[in-house]
Design a protein around this ligand. Structure first.
Ligand code: HEC
Ligand code: HEC
Length: 346
C-alpha cells in the first residue's frame, strides 16, 4: 500500500515537471484538489521509425514531403515562393528553426508525440483542437501567416510526417523531453538591460546585433536563413508561444547557442531569463485579435503578456516576471470564482 502510494506520488511529481515544461496553462489543472487519475508512465526512449526505411508508396512519399515542409518551410509555403496561392507562412522561418532536428530534439520543442496528443483541449481557444488546428496556430503565430485548409497538400504532408513520428508513442502519452524544459524561475523580474550584454556576448555572432539573422541568399528570401531572425518583420509574432518568456528562456537555455544540448547547457538559468527578456523587448509583428485568446482568463498562462488579464498585475510583470505572485493570485481567484470569462471572446 505504502509503496504504491509513494510510486503514485513520484509519478505525479514527474508529471508536474513535464507539465511545466509543456505549457504554463497545464499548471492550473494540477493545482486543483483532486490528483489526476494514474498518469501513464512517461516515454523515455522515443522509438521513431527510420525515414529512409519508409516504403516508396503514396503515404511514404507524403511523409517525406512533410519532413521537407518542416525543414524548409520557406521553400514550400513561404511568403516569397513563386505561386501566390502557395504562400501560407508570413515569414521565411522553417518550422525546424524552433522544432529542432525536425521535431526530434529533446527539449527542443519536439513534435514526436503531437499526433498522439491531439485532439486536445486548448485553453487558448476554449475548444477541443485537432492536430490540424494546432499546426495552423503555428502558421498564424510562429510563422505570422495564414491557415491552410485540411486537404491542402502541404498540410496533409505535415500531418503524415507527424503520424510517422508518433508511430510507437501510445495515445495521450507524456514523453520525457517534451517542450523546452523547466529551468528554475527567478524571484525578480527578468532584466532586458542585463540581457542585452548577454545577447552581445552569446547570440549576436549568429543572429546579428540587429537580431535580423542571416539569409542564405539576400536576393532570394525563399532560401531561408542560415541564422534565423529573433525579432523584426520576418520573425514570429506577439501571439506566438515563443513570444512568452518562460517558453523562450527555457528554449534558449536548453538549445542555444545552436548545438547546445539540455544535458550540457551553455548559459546559466539567470542569463537565459535575462537574454530572453532582451529578445522579447525588441519589436516584432503583431497579430490582430489576440485579446480574444483564452475565453477563460484563469487558464491564460502567466507569461502571456497581452491583455486582458484575470488578475491586476501589470502587463510588464506578465512579460518579465516574477511569476510566482501571479500564480498564487490565479490560484486564489480559481478557488473564489472558478472561471473569469474574457469579455473580448465572442
Ligand atoms: C518561432 C518558433 C516556432 C515555429 C517557427 C513553429 N513553431 Fe510550432 N510550436 C512552437 C512552440 C513554442 C510550441 C509550443 C506552444 C506552447 O507552449 O504554447 C509549438 C507547438 C507546436 C505543435 C504542438 C506540439 C504538441 O505536442 O503539443 C505543433 C504540432 C507544431 N508546433 C507544429 C509546427 C509546424 C508544423 C510549424 C511550421 C509550419 C511550426 N510549428 C512552426 C514554436 C514554433
Ligand atoms: C552558433 C550560432 C548561434 C548562436 C551563437 C545562437 N544561435 Fe540561436 N539559432 C541558431 C540557428 C542556426 C537556429 C536555427 C536552428 C535550426 O534550424 O536547426 C537558431 C534558432 C534560434 C531560435 C528559434 C528560431 C527563431 O528565429 O526564433 C531562437 C529563439 C534563438 N535561436 C535564440 C538564440 C539566443 C537568445 C542566443 C544567444 C543566447 C542564440 N540563439 C545563439 C544559431 C545560433
Amino acid at each position: 500500500m505504502v509503496k504504491m502510494a509513494r510510486h503514485g506520488f513520484s509519478r505525479l511529481r514527474l508529471h508536474a515537471c513535464l507539465a511545466v515544461a509543456l505549457a504554463g496553462s497545464v499548471l492550473p489543472v494540477l493545482a486543483q484538489a483532486e490528483p489526476p487519475p494514474a498518469a501513464p508512465t512517461p516515454v523515455i526512449v522515443w522509438d521513431v521509425p527510420a525515414f529512409n526505411a519508409l516504403p516508396d508508396d503514396e503515404q511514404g512519399r507524403l511523409a517525406r514531403y512533410g519532413r521537407s515542409v518542416i525543414e524548409a518551410t520557406y521553400a514550400h509555403i513561404g511568403p516569397a515562393v513563386a505561386d501566390p496561392a502557395a504562400r501560407f507562412a508570413g515569414n521565411n522561418l522553417a518550422c525546424a528553426n524552433c522544432h529542432l532536428q525536425a521535431g526530434l530534439k529533446k527539449f527542443g520543442l519536439p513534435l514526436v508525440a503531437a499526433s498522439a496528443d491531439y485532439p486536445a483541449y486548448s485553453s487558448r481557444s476554449g475548444a477541443v483542437s485537432s492536430l490540424f488546428d494546432r499546426v495552423n496556430q503555428c502558421l498564424k503565430r510562429s510563422m505570422n501567416g495564414r491557415p491552410m485548409a485540411e486537404d491542402d497538400r502541404p498540410m496533409q504532408a505535415i500531418l503524415a510526417y507527424l503520424d510517422v513520428l508518433a508511430t510507437n508513442i501510445p495515445p495521450d502519452a507524456t514523453i520525457v523531453g517534451a517542450g523546452a524544459g523547466a529551468i528554475p524561475e527567478l524571484d525578480r523580474a527578468a532584466d532586458p538591460v542585463r540581457g542585452a550584454a548577454i545577447y552581445a556576448a552569446n547570440c549576436a555572432e549568429c543572429h546579428r546585433r540587429d537580431g535580423l539573422g542571416v539569409r542564405r541568399n539576400e536576393a532570394q528570401p525563399d532560401m531561408g536563413y542560415a541564422f534565423p531572425p529573433l525579432w523584426g518583420p520576418d520573425s514570429f509574432n506577439d501571439g506566438a508561444g515563443t513570444a512568452r518568456l518562460i517558453t523562450l528562456a527555457n528554449f534558449v537555455h536548453d538549445n542555444m547557442p545552436n548545438g547546445t544540448s539540455w544535458v550540457a547547457p551553455t548559459l546559466a538559468p539567470q542569463d537565459a531569463w535575462d537574454v530572453a527578456a532582451f529578445v522579447l523587448s525588441q519589436p516584432r509583428p503583431q497579430l490582430a485579435g489576440i485579446d480574444r485568446d483564452f475565453p477563460d482568463l484563469l487558464l491564460k498562462p502567466v507569461d502571456a503578456a497581452y491583455p486582458p488579464f484575470a488578475d491586476s498585475f501589470p502587463a510588464e510583470q506578465h512579460r518579465y516576471g516574477p511569476f510566482a505572485p501571479i500564480r498564487a493570485e490565479i490560484a486564489r481567484l480559481k478557488q473564489a470564482r472558478g472561471t473569469i470569462p474574457n469579455p473580448n471572446t465572442p
